[in-house]
Design a protein around this ligand. Structure first.
Ligand code: 3UK
Length: 527
């Protein structure tokens, strides 16, 4: 087959996608638009009013790839990106891929301790970061023994990424790769709080963009995508970058904090046709709509993922705004959504049906498929799943078994085959759609001199969404529990990512434990 031929039309499902044997995914997502005449079409608009055309994107991607090569990076080397949602994110990500270098977008809400771990774990060659994150990133770099070839701030001053790329040529021949070669990584949190690098191949983004983006959402050239979830999440990466790029559409980049006011502002000013949120955001937007209003007339629909969308939020949203929310489940390991509702087929309280091209089975503890209606663990199979976890054979072998990806989620299927979420099979929880490890919060709590031991569990708030609750055994009795709660809250807020603090504190005299001393978190959840 010819180099870079790929059969794309909206009816193609992934099993029918043919990849050429020599293939660099940046050519289909970036270079293709020049050949197809979109040079002057706007690809990106930032909420600060910066517009980037497909032509400018193409040139800056090439310059970025050339810069990374000039800095001495070789095929397969990693660069970490602690970069806010901005055009620079696109230039770095695609420039690296085109030059054969592996970009690793990192959660920008993390702290220096987390960054230090990831720098060491990835053995990366370079780190590029937005100035907003310089304090935590620079502290991490100074802590690690691993030597970096370079670190660059994206913008600000002379020796920064955006200045350096000006010196580069805008022509770059793509490094040849195969569809299954390592392309980019995304870190996913583990139960112990230690992130795992999920290694994705060149074909992953094509599969998610075609299957879910084009086939389920019908993203087309006229669409304008706005993702409240940031680009460093697999969810945001698809919503805000690969889906619009795949279809020659436009994305809105907003680097601020997504809350009701800011997202309503963006929706009214930039008129997206697709809005991607998470359940906590929809819940707080609904709350805000009791006293405020927002013009949603530009929206075709909204999409929710990250955690289960309670039926009550979906129904109230429809009532209030006259628009639909599609709930779908995805993961970092699968790259994007593999079970989803559809616009003409929405079941509130259900994740929907399989996205064509993926397979699923629900199994019991022996790996045997359960009968319809029974709960079990959800395994999925598809062409967009990650190849392995970097540097972690044990976790790879636990998660990817004979080509099936263990999601760690409990599911059941109703009589018509719709998938219904039944919780996690481990202790991990999702807060605002982002992983929270109880273990990590507990470890932080026990660092405090007044704390003997702690257990953190998921508790539902009034809207049915999960937040961490801390059960703390104090070393000595303290009468002013309000005061100690405030102290422990501040203790958690410094040193943990900002969404990981406990929303409630309980002070039992002891924690329920198994005979072997393992904390029985589930017993605390029943209370
Ligand atoms: C949970 C859901 C119920 C579930 C993600 C869309 O969330 C994403 O990726 P993560 O790796 O987490 C994966 C886990 O999150 N989950 C996600 N969506 C739902 N549970 N209903 C849902 N709709 O536990 C899953 O295993 O952070 C979401 C697209 C790409 C993604 N990476």
């Amino acid at each position: 087959m010819q180099k870079n031929t790929i059969k794309i039309n909206s009816s193609v499902i992934p099993s029918q996608i043919e990849f050429s044997s020599v293939f660099n995914v940046s050519e289909i997502f970036i270079d293709r638009h020049i050949k197809e005449g979109r040079k002057d079409k706007v690809a990106i608009i930032t909420t600060d009013g910066i517009e980037v055309t497909y032509g400018e994107l193409f040139e800056n991607v090439n310059k970025s790839g050339n810069l990374l090569k000039r800095l001495g990076l070789k095929k397969g080397d990693r660069i970490l990106m602690m970069v806010k949602d901005s055009p620079e994110f696109f230039y770095l990500f695609w420039g690296a891929i085109k030059a054969g270098i592996v970009p690793v977008p990192i959660n920008t809400l993390l702290r220096s301790k987390d960054y230090a771990f990831i720098i060491q774990d990835s053995a990366c060659s370079g780190v590029v970061y937005s100035p907003e994150f310089s304090k935590e990133v620079e502290r991490a770099i100074s802590k690690v023994s691993h030597k970096l070839v370079f670190s660059l701030v994206t913008i600000g001053g002379l020796k920064c990424f955006m200045e350096e790329i000006l010196l580069e040529s805008s022509e770059l021949v793509a490094n040849s790769a195969t569809p299954t070669d390592d392309c980019f990584w995304l870190y996913s949190s583990g139960t112990t709080g230690k992130p795992k690098g999920a290694v994705h191949s060149h074909k992953s983004m094509v599969i998610t963009s075609q299957l879910y983006g084009k086939y389920i959402l019908g993203v087309c050239e006229d669409d304008v995508c706005f993702s409240a979830a940031k680009l460093f999440f697999a969810y945001g990466l698809g919503n805000g970058m690969t889906f619009p790029l795949w279809s020659g559409a436009k994305c809105i980049l907003f680097s601020g904090r997504p809350n009701p006011e800011s997202t309503f502002d963006v929706i009214e000013s930039f008129k997206p046709s697709l809005f991607f949120g998470v359940p906590t955001l929809f819940a707080s937007q609904l709350h805000s709509l009791e006293t405020n209003s927002c013009d949603f007339s530009s929206l075709r629909m909204s999409i929710s993922a990250g955690e289960a969308l309670p039926a009550n939020i979906l129904n109230r949203w429809k009532e209030k705004t006259g628009t639909e929310i599609l709930d779908g489940i995805g993961s970092t390991e699968a790259l994007h959504i593999f079970i989803s509702n559809r616009l003409n087929d929405i079941r509130p309280g259900s994740s929907g049906l399989l996205v064509p091209g993926y397979n699923a089975k629900i199994v019991d503890e022996n790996g045997k498929e359960v009968s319809q209606g029974e709960e079990g663990r959800l395994l999925i199979q598809g062409e967009s799943t990650c190849k392995y976890y970097w540097n972690n054979t044990e976790k790879t072998n636990e998660t990817i078994i004979e080509g099936w990806l263990n999601t760690g989620d409990t599911y059941w299927q109703d009589a018509e085959g719709y998938f219904i979420y039944g919780g996690r099979s481990d202790d991990m929880m999702k807060v605002g759609g982002i992983w929270c490890s109880p273990f990590e919060i507990e470890s932080k709590l026990v660092e405090h001199p007044d704390v003997l031991e702690a257990a953190v569990v998921a508790r539902k708030d009034d809207t049915g969404l999960v937040k961490p609750e801390a059960h703390v055994v104090l070393k000595e009795k303290i009468n002013d529990l309000e005061k100690i709660s405030e102290v422990l809250l501040q203790h958690c807020k410094t040193g943990l990512a900002p969404y990981k603090y406990p929303r409630w504190f309980q002070y039992p005299t002891e924690l329920p434990k198994t005979a072997t001393g393992k904390i029985q978190r589930f017993r605390l959840m029943l209370n």
